[in-house]
Write a protein that binds this ligand. Sequence first.
Ligand code: ADP
Ligand code: ZN
Length: 757
Amino acid sequence: MIAQVTLDIAIGKEFDYLIPDDLLGQIEVGSRVKVPFSHREVLGCVTALCEHSPHPGVRPILKMIGRQSLLTPNVLRLARWIGQYYCCPAETALKSVLPETVRKEQKGWRERLYVRAIPSVQEPPKLTKRQNELWHLIQERKQLPLQELLELTKSTAATARKLEDLGLITIQLEVSERDPYANEVILPTLPLPLNTDQAACLARILESINHCDSNRPDTSGTPDRAGQQGVPHRTFLLHGVTGSGKTEVYLQAIDHALKLGKGAIVLVPEISLTPQTVERFKARFSSGPGRTLVAVLHSHLSAGERHDEWHKIREGRARIVIGARSAIFAPVDPLGLIIVDEEHEHSYKQEEAPRYHARDVAVKRGQDERAVVVLGSATPSMESYGNARSGKYGLLEMPVRADDKKMPIVRVVDMRGEAKAHKGIPIFSTLLKEAITRRLEMKEQVMLFLNRRGYASSLQCPLCGYVAGCPNCSVSLTYHRKIQQLCCHICGHRTPAPKVCPEVKCRNPAIRFAGLGTERVEETLGKLFPHARTVRMDSDTLKRKEDYRRILGDFRTGKIDVLLGTQMIAKGLHFPNVTLVGIIYADLSLHMPDFRAAERTFQLLTQVAGRAGRGDVEGEVIVQAFTPFHPAIQHARRHDYLAFYDQEIEFREQLRYPPAARAAMLTLRSRNEDKARLSAEHLKQVIERDLKDVSDLMISGPAPSPLLRAENFYRHQILLRTGRMPTLTRRLATVLKTLSLPEDVRLTVDIDPVNLV
Ligand code: ADP
Ligand code: ZN
């Protein structure tokens, strides 16, 4: 028997290996194996089995890793698709579908010595006082880790061994599972009675789940054919305003899938994978008897915890998975439902190869495995809403808050007027200052939002025009006051802040800071509201993983009056006592050199505003802006997603930007600017010559990236657009195989890019 193996090292093809007799019947498609390769031993995945190999002298597999195949056929198929669609080598795609800790050779399980009592009817033999103490404890607990026993009784292993010799207990090495939530007590919750909108949305999802269940896959058909065979709406877009109760719909849909014997994957953006979110799922499904395990996968778990969570899923013990981007590859089988919450979030896109978008992978996986996919958002991406409009996705709508709470009133302050009145730009407008004062007096809570950390975004000399820039990147350095340093937010470069202008001919002592960051807002807040308990939350203040949890806990219990932060506080948080949300500088994201700038601004404003008024008191949002009449700000003010979409789609269609077409970004980078530019020009010529048959192809560039230099690499880009992306990626892959570039020039291919800088 021969196994075809894709090696972890990037070779770009599969190799045949002989399955030795002792592993026959154990090795299957999806198994991880160790094989000889030239003079080395390397790891790989079995991707196919066959009787004979056409190659002479096939070498045997050395070893199998793990107890069962790690890749399920479904996930393997998904990995292949990712390799093709996202234009990356198969081994790169395969690597990303298994967590590192599961892939590697070492045993990932934690083994511990366990002590167990041996049931016996006979009188125990006479024991010493010490031995008796141990014996009593073991009898009482039936079983416990040896380490714990010794700590509790303050005795040595020799005493326990003596009891073992007497035949009273066993001491054995056993796997002990790590549970990242072991110390938490979570009270069970019951399903809420749904309101009319929720009930209608749920009914359509359940109908679809039932439909998928009753027509078991015809395994011969491709997913697309199955789609044409009349299974409508297997993918839904759930457009529900913030607070409309989307989570309750998810919970009840999952419950239904479980009852049909199927599992579910819930994707949430890393940033909103808060303990609060996880708790809502665990509370419904993990507490109480006969309930299913909820496995959690995210980057804050230790490698060991991730290993154990993953195997709980693979073994079918955990049937619900909640996690960030890569949880879309969780080996849930059979899969009934995939939920992608906050589907518009850009963090679903992986910014290194394979550059996949977890939402799009979810839709593909749903099609392949006949699972229902629900994409939820208060501010759907233009792509998903476009798909709902065209009928590709089913549209579910929940336009009001679950408990009939009103949407907050949004006021926009024209900061140009404020600047005139104050003879300079104030951080807080009069309106915002007064509103904060009022809320604090009423013992209500305030959230303030500014999506830029640090004290000032640049250090400038008003005399000679000097601006402190990063030596490695084409950006100005941000001043961080607490550490008195200038920092680059791209590459991390740091340098002490100068006290005078560093230009030799200038030396002006009156250098000044421009552009606002959270650190500066915090300082001003302290001066204006000395009695308010204020906490800043951004990636500079969060040093350890517990910090996030602790600050949110303090805010919830009212130990903090004003929470100030970056986008970290914009997502998914739910604090009933927050009645005022202030957005310090709303047009910050409008100035990004990106065709999605307006969309991002609209989303961010709507999400932040959604944090206000989730309790009994009506909420209020104050938006400070220098372009108060920009459509993104005005539509967000009126909570009018549709009006925003209609206006924005017109612009995208005119210029053929996504979703009017699909895009691929090719970036060439080199430490030498000429080489990057010339290679980009060469690549464009190759594409023009070889991709003639992609009839609607639009080629823009090459042009310098908006951020020309990052981490010492110069970048030049070509943007491709087409309505037929699968064709383009297939053709592109052939072109790239024969493309030769100078040694120090690297090419990245980003299909459906979300980041154009
Ligand atoms: P979303 O995810 O849409 O922003 P949530 O799921 O967080 O909204 O729901 C907002 C609040 O409304 C939560 O406190 C939730 O418990 C409550 N809620 C949801 N559905 C109902 C319902 N049917 N009846 C009463 N309260 C509900
Ligand atoms: Zn830099």
